[in-house]
Write a protein that binds this ligand. Sequence first.
Ligand code: ADP
Ligand code: MG
Length: 910
Amino acid sequence: MMQRYLEVKAETPGTLLLFRMGDFYELFYEDAETAAQVLGLTLTSRDKGSTNPVPMAGFPYHALEGYLKKLIQAGYRAAICDQVEDPKTAKGMVRREVTRIVTPGTLTDETLLDPKESNYIAALSPGNEALGLAWLELSTGQFQCLTVPARDAPGRTHSSPAGASSRRTARVDPVALVLEELARLRPAECLVPENARTSPAAVRLAELDGLTLTERAPWCFAPHQAREVLLKHFETRTLEGFDLGADDDAGVIAAGALLEYVQETQRSSLMHILKLEPYRRGSTMLIDEATRRSLELTRTQREGTRAGSLLDVLDETVTPMGARLLADWLASPLTDPVAINRRLDAVEELTRDPLLCRDLREQLARSYDLERLSARVATQRATPRDLAALAQSLALLPKLKARLAGRSSDLLRTLEVRLDLCPELRADIESTLVDDPPLVVTEGNLIRSGVHPQLDELRELARGGKQWIARYQAREIERTGIQSLKVGFNKVFGYYLEVTAANRDKVPPDYMRKQTLKNQERFITPELKEYEDKVLRAEERAIALEQELFTALRERVSRECRRLQETAQVLAQLDVLANLAQLAVQRRYCRPSITTEPILQIREGRHPVLDKLRPGGEFVPNDVLLGEPLRAERSSSSETADAAAHTDPAPLHAPPTTIILLTGPNMAGKSTYIRQAALLTIMAQMGSFLPASEAVIGVADRVFARVGASDELSKGQSTFMVEMTETARILNTATERSLVILDEIGRGTSTYDGISLAWAITEFLHDEIRCRTLFATHYHELTELPQTLPRCRNWNVAVHETGDDVIFLHKIVPGAADRSYGIHVARLAGLPRDVIERADVILDQLEADHHDAQGKPNIPPRKTRAQRRQLQLFEPPPHPVIEELKTLDLDQLTPLAALQELARMKQRLQ
Ligand code: ADP
Ligand code: MG
């Protein structure tokens, strides 16, 4: 047996081999040591007495799923070697084969997957000419590929469409593009050729969290080999039918290598992988990893959980496939206004008919995960219960389709047409399987009676045989006078007569002893064996026939899996659209109008996450005004025009704002405000209504967010280095169509350094990139910028001051903040009074720009507490305004400045 083990082990390199022995799965050698550690199993050894004991660890076969889950989560691959012969009938040693290899990216078992999340496996082909990336969701069959040229070829650069911007083309880093896609997909596993382990792309890949890198032999990535695998699988002679041309070569290679790996690990039909789709980046908004993270689109920055992310608050879908599609829409918002409006039209129609929306959701909620079910059918893994669930889901469709009839929006109408009821499939399953079939095929009782005459006959025979045994037992009790005599059954001996030890001498001579236990003896008789044969054989044959009938049914269904997948996609879309409509109604969202102009205008916008977490109007809504107000908008709605005129401080003929420079104290709501602008843009482009009273969203080709000083020390880079790397990427790749939000640039270095960098970056964004930008900063000095940058405006967060107290109103208003209030915040935080007062004095000196002859700020020396206590004995404590008055340098003051100074002091006294 160990010889067979070693053979199998050699066939499955890089995996932990789970070797079935009797009722256990065992691991040996190093595998056993790893498993003992990861799974907490006891490490024992085989052939203990010998000179060469083999380390061994194992667990009972029925605990397989639980242990597999742990292994996979820890990033391991596992090969499962099962007994493929019945130990009862096997001659010699039972034959063992690897039945499947489970890897993080190739899970299909329901128990190992999160129903709300897609589980992708990717392959990267780092060619010289181009990088290829392919990805597959095995549990649904979605299969796509992408090719990114390695060098900037003409026409491939990332220029914005508008003529005005052609003078500036952004530099594209192909590796960054690939990583961006991986950030969107978050695959569990990625294949790379083992000879390209050190390529720039593979190295950066290794840094991604939660990704298992799997090295494959280079020949898997050979162009000819990869293409062959695809052609053979799709049974086509070319891939042109999939719209894959010469430009897609690198992606096709990655796809071929990927498919080859999946065939090797799955060892079952992959019929549900019906096509390979080229992924064209132009039609979706690009969002890099850092931006996804800082905007907390699908998980939170700190805990990394789904709870608290934008996805989490938007997800009220009622099916797992809807939940996955929603995540997909959010991860890749659209850029084509026509496509966006198609979704918005459907959502709007559903908001207008709440009853329809509710009915759809009610029906959908009763549907099972049709998408993953049909994939399990196609890979021959579906259980009888899976098929029953499939039929039950199909049974909901007629009503759903009827409710969808006669809709006016284009998307709902298309979905209605595409919704295939698959009536013959449903009828086939319903008429073949019993109503509540068992989970496994091996125990019978899953096929209805009347389906197959021979099955009915065998069942009758088995049932009859059992009755005979009951009669036989009664007869033998009477004959022997042993009241406790029983007919029993076990797998080893079959049927037997059991007699307690006390009755041993009453046993008739025709009984043949089979087994002696402590308190019983077991016997057989020729008569009993004869019937046993009949019953068992009938039962066995019935079960075998049931299996046959079930497999045939599953095959018939799997031939139609294309239709099932299509229907599953329709249901997923309906679920997402109804979900968005439901949010729009419940949370009072408005429909954004979508334009291609570089505009971002939001009236009374709310942060979607905070708004949900703090219902009841606690969240203070805010406006955003970027880009030229639409002329059409102005004439059609006088209210908008008023609002615009009111909030936009610029005169009408002034150039449109492209940069909002937002100043204000800490904790005022700056970060919240700028993130909100980005989130609303993303939501609009995914086809959602918005938490606002009105919005005009100019489609953004990319959204960049550089938010907060996120601590990346764990990755070995200083915070400031990370901050600058991210900023560099924005400045190198943003186009005139992008939306950029910057939060506190330059914080990680000295103040003067920071201000200078922030200043220069703002100028560059203004003059060179000209993209819509929201820049939040606590550097008060930057409020000077709009004097020289015509499209840059100061906004600030309104505060309410009473004496020394400050209340943040969270209201963003035009104009520069008059001071930065850091000291007030420090006071609120409970810093000692001494420190606060001293800081006030220093601030006043700095602000008044008092310098000595060497240009150093002129700060009066600090008095210790003791000194001050002494002073206080003789004089009343000095008033800060008096102190301030003392320090005023009248020779330097113009009359106007003096007047301002006086007004300021008066304000402080109040
Ligand atoms: P800043 O970036 O100016 O330091 P934040 O955006 O981090 O401030 O917000 C500070 C706090 O104020 C957060 O706890 C946030 O929940 C709250 N907040 C921000 N904006 C609003 C708003 N518009 N309405 C109500 N609370 C808000
Ligand atoms: Mg902030």
